[in-house]
Write a protein that binds this ligand. Sequence first.
Ligand SMILES: Nc1nc2c(c(=O)[nH]1)N[C@H]1C(S)=C(S)[C@@H](COP(=O)(O)OP(=O)(O)OC[C@H]3O[C@@H](n4cnc5c(N)ncnc54)[C@H](O)[C@@H]3O)O[C@H]1N2
Ligand code: MOO
Length: 408
Amino acid sequence: MGKFMNFARREEIYEKYINLFKPEKNFEIPVDSAMGYVSFEKIFVRENLPGFDKSTVDGYALIAEDTSGASREFPKTFKITGKVEMGKGYENVVRSKEAVWVPTGGVIPSGANAVVMVEDTMVEGEFLKVFKQLHPWENVIKKDSGMRKGEVLVNRGERITFGKIDALLANGITKIMVYKKPSVGIISTGSEVVEPDAQKSFFEVRDGNTYTLKAYLKHLGYEVERVAHVKDEYEKFLRIVKEALEKYDVVVTSGGSSVGKKDFTREVFSEVGEVYFHGAWIKPGKPTVFAKVGEKALIGLPGKPVSFMVSAYLFLLPLLKRLEGDTMWKPKVCAYVVSEDSLKAAHGRETFIPVKIFDNFENKILYAKPFPDESGLVKPLLNADGIIRIPLEKEKVEKGEVCEFYMF
Ligand SMILES: Nc1nc2c(c(=O)[nH]1)N[C@H]1C(S)=C(S)[C@@H](COP(=O)(O)OP(=O)(O)OC[C@H]3O[C@@H](n4cnc5c(N)ncnc54)[C@H](O)[C@@H]3O)O[C@H]1N2
Ligand code: MOO
């Protein structure tokens, strides 16, 4: 197989490889099925919301100034003059020393400027005793204080959250154009690799990688298949990759990405397309292969379990996000956390270490328990919530030092 070819730093791989890919397809979807998709449209608020002054409590609408000095001992008395019905307007005006029943969400009658909660009142025939002093607009959502016509609701390239869905529906928007999510085919390689449910010899390894990645991508909403497993046979590997490229937007392989005699990934990728990089200055995940075949992406992930998942997190996920139109496709720092142990970085490589996060509620600090064991083991990921990063220029992290945390 020979040597590594064309190493690059992570940012360079983002700029010179992942940036080459663009979202192509979009379609219309009901808003209540759009969660997690990326919007193809820029959508504006259609009407001011709420369109009326609205009560936040069940109680009586009145003029706040009339409650001045009110208490349990010295209540103020009002005349009850009517009641508001939900979803309806109210004709009459509230005058000084008058009170009108209003349910939560009901309209504030004109003239009134506050609502006293029913618990702070007592009804005596036609009259209401108020035990509490209110300030103007207490317990009222002011008209149009929520959204204004013309404000941006959703930008093109923004992911649809439940907050966006709620706001779209509140505006009467029930359909939205979103980008299609890319489809992913995952190929497992390695003569020692067997199916997870297989009887295996002492020296064989169960295929965790490809099924784990499938589970993760499926959970994130991508169309994903674990296509096949191939032994270290060049011709068969080549054929399976070609077939997968016909079918999927992105093809990912596991294993065989290093420089061993039977590591065919780079060679196979070079035969079907253009290899941009073979090797990333990161640990784990160094022997990752990045290729492009027409508009399709072909990524060769290393076989070691931690290297496989970390490289998938750092490169495959951003690629998929970019392909689905997400403008925020690069990995994002989720929090700054304190490392519970001192850690050594890999020389000349940006280092990522699986961690579990602990909350310390007393001092309001997040702590990270690192699992820096060999990336060829499965164990470091067992209890990991994500990874912390040691930048390229740093050689170590001291116990108690603050690190960037990236959540899986
Ligand atoms: N001479 C060098 N050797 C290696 C280098 C190097 O720079 N020079 N880099 C090392 C690094 S770093 C990594 S990471 C590995 C990656 O190697 P490969 O991608 O070729 O992976 P394999 O050799 O196929 O497998 C490595 C390891 O992972 C196990 N494996 C493979 N597939 C699966 C699977 N689907 N599920 C679970 N485990 C799997 C496999 O049995 C091996 O134990 O290269 C180093 N070598
Ligand atoms: O990059 Mo390897 O993935 O260091 O273990």
